[in-house]
Design a protein. Sequence first.
Length: 166
Amino acid sequence: MNARRPAATDARQARHAARELAVQGLYQWQLTGKPVSTLEAEFRSQVADEDLEDHENWHKVMEIADLALFHELLHNVVRERDTLDASIAPLLDRRLDDLDPIELAILRLGAYELAKRPEVPYRVVINEGVELAKSFGATDGHKYVNGILDKLAARLRNAEVNARRR
C-alpha cells in the first residue's frame, strides 16, 4: 500500500503544477491577447533559471506538470471563456473587468473544472483555487476566490455539494 502513495502524491503534484502553469498562461493571455498555442509553446521552450525559487521557475514546474492537463485547461478555458464568465458574473460583487487578472484567471479555471471535469471533486477544485490565489494573487484574494467558487459549486454541482453537507 505504501508503494502506491508516492505515485498518488506525484500525480497530485503533477496536476497542481499543471494548474499553476494554466493560471500563468491564462494571465498572460488576458494581458497580451497572444494565441494560447503561442503561450503554450513559450512555456514549453523556457530554460531553467537557477536564481528563481522552484515554484517560480516555469522550466522546473514544466518538468513535474501533467502536460496534457495543462494543455486541456489552457486551451479549453479560453475556448469556453464566454460561458465561464456568464457563470461567474452573477456571483460577483463587481464587474468581471474589475477583477484582479490573476483572480479572474483562477476563477475561470475553477469554473471550467467545476463545469467540465466532474471527475474532480468540487472540494478539490475550490482548494486548488484557494492555493493558487495564495501563491499568485493579492493578499486576501484567496478568500474572495473561495467564496465565489463555493457559490459556483453549489450551482453547478448541487447534488455533490448537498451530499457532502449531509
